[in-house]
Ligand binder design. Sequence first.
Ligand code: GLN
Length: 729
Amino acid sequence: MQSLRFTALEGLAGVDTTLPEHNGKITEVFGSNVFAGRIVREYLSDEAYKSLMNSIKNGTKLERKMAEQIASGMKAWAMKKGVTHYTHWFQPLTGTTAEKHDSFFTLKGDGTALETFDGDALVQQEPDASSFPNGGLRATFEARGYTAWDPSSPAFILEQGYGKTLCIPTIFVSYTGESLDYKAPLLKALVAIDKAAVDVCNYFDKNITKVTPTLGWEQEYFLVDENLANARPDLLMTGRTVVGHAPSKGQQLEDHYFGSIPERIYAYMRDFEEESYKLGIPLRTRHNEVAPSQFECAPIFEEVNIAVDHNSLLMDIMNKVAKRHKLKVLLHEKPFAGINGSGKHNNWSMATDTGVNLLAPGKTPKTNLMFLTFFVNTIKAVHDYADLLRAAIASASNDFRLGANEAPPAIISVFSGKYLYEVLQEVKSRVSNKFDEQDEAILKLDLHRHIPELMLDNTDRNRTSPFAFTGNKFEFRAVGSTANCASAMTVLNTIVAKTLTDFKVEVDGLIEKGEKKEIAIMQTLRKYIVDSEKILFEGDGYSDEWEKEAEKRGLQNIKTTPKALDAMVTPKAAQLYTETGVYTEKELHARHEILLEDYVKKVQIEARVIGDLATNTILPSAISYLNELISNIRGLKEIGLGDASYKAQTQIAAKISEHINVISENVQAMIEQRKVTNKLTDSRQKAIDYCEKIKPYFDVIRYHSDKLEFLVDDKKWALPKYRELLFLR
Ligand SMILES: NC(=O)CC[C@H](N)C(=O)O
């Protein structure tokens, strides 16, 4: 039987690349499936509308009567659009989104069939959902988990094939109130930063009453022909290729980056964009990324909460729409060795209700001081809690990306850009104990002269930094492409909230001692700059010198997930999270446990896939070719030719045979090691064992498999090759 590889290759020519028919104007479809804006106004009474808006703005609880009215408005809108079912839509710690559909349809006691959706169904559900990761927070026999409506993220309609479902964004918590998802802690972090940032803003402007962090993510991904992907069990099971010889041409010519978008890919992009627009996801950019077959899309920034939901939704849509185009989208951080991986850079800032971006340099000396305050506090937060940011981006898949081919290293540092670096140095050298009002006024003016030079296109970019200032926001580049942005956003907003709170205490302390407010601020900023200087790095983050320099500075460089996660369960982390109200200690430990278990499972699956592939696919291909060589050598001998005539064949046969043996021995050894490791009961130790004792086999097996791929007759190789996966579509 012909291998799937060749069937897939033959099928490629027949792929349809025609563009789907779409409405020309984005504004005509944008948000049409979202219960927001005009639609809410239209379907709700003034009273219900006001109370919903109030709940969104101030987080106040909705009265039951209002919830009833809102549910009825939502149902009317949804049914008009042909919706039959509703679901509480949530983001459990599995990394994907979850939904369990219920129909509006009910039978009353007297047998009347009705469509209903009441306030209770909107506000809270008990989906059971006992199989989601919970880190010991729930025993299965008391598996109650609740989903609770988050009014700050609008309801939307998911269209799928024939069906339409009303989705209510919710948080997912245990019976006793512990969070079991990505969203609940995020919302708490947003409350914490709002309070802390408003307090600090009020030093400068009393009119500011709300600060909302914003997020603009960039989603990188790969696309592979679906049939080719189906012939790669590793892609299907793990999202990455565990073997594969490097193609002769990779990304070295940089001819794919920003190149013209291939027709078939363009059709796919246009299609998932259209789906996204209907759901109010404001996608703006699309382009070819650096690696062959790698692409990127990014929306206009939004409030963090909404942006997180939109990214989770988008990943789901991208997967579904890819099927229509017979493509497979790879969101994994490192689907292919030797070329770029994929990130999900998180562009983060904070906006006030007076319309000011707190990380945009101001127009006047006074607003510049406000900018500087938030800028320095963010740097201090990253400095003090770098280990938590590292933990926030840790995953089995991101471990393959960090520090490899154009991805930031595992060392957390901040890039400020030349101008702001100078500004920080200036504050450091000029603010002293004797610093008086006059000095302050002059410094402020001097800084103001400096800062306006910082036009957006004037700031230098540093792609090698994990956390870079880019003119009016910070770009957290270390976040991986499969990640739920909520992990990074929860940590970042929490640590900045905590730093701002401490900052206020220090400044108020100085004011109480009789210092003028602005001088107190400057002095505290100076202190923060000095304290956090070692986190600032303007150079090449990819270089070996930086690793050495970072070590000298005492910065952590934890390359693997199991140990990076340790930061979550230190006394310092417990204090931070309990003080800000984001996690209880119990929740932190549960989350730590869940992440370790996730790591173990992912590496375990990879180990199994590698073992299977080696035994069932790679070795048989090699042995089959080896047999051909042997009969060839035997034949040449039989017709009386001497050693010299089959020298090459003998050499190739010897090499193949050696690779076969090494692979076979290592697969066996890996299986034996797994048996030992699986017996461990401590999750951390088990994860470390998987990382340090099992993963190293992957590299050895891969090395020898890739050598075989190079030696074995192409027709006998069953797995689609890198050149096919990356260049054929
Ligand atoms: N051009 C780029 O920004 C490359 C980013 C890179 N793909 C990453 O993993 O972060």
